[in-house]
Design a protein. Structure first.
Length: 73
């Protein structure tokens, strides 16, 4: 979805037609809203994570490369 939004912004900034990309973006937003509605109807009541939470969690995860792991032993 972020890629579609970026392409719409680029087209608007370049003063070009963005109808197809904007319609695709609205369709994605409708699908997300539908999924959230289904989740809530199924009993989901937790607060959904936002982008900042996802980025923060991704930064907490650290992957140690096999080369670095072998030098520590």
């Amino acid at each position: 979805m972020a890629g579609v939004e970026a392409s719409v912004r680029d087209l608007i900034n370049g003063d070009r037609d963005c109808v197809q990309q904007a319609l695709a973006q609205m369709d994605l937003r409708r699908k997300v809203n539908l999924l959230i509605g289904e989740w809530k109807a199924a009993g989901g009541g937790d607060v959904l994570p936002d982008v900042r939470d996802r980025v923060r969690l991704r930064l907490v995860k650290t992957v140690i490369s096999p080369e670095r792991a072998s030098t520590r032993r």
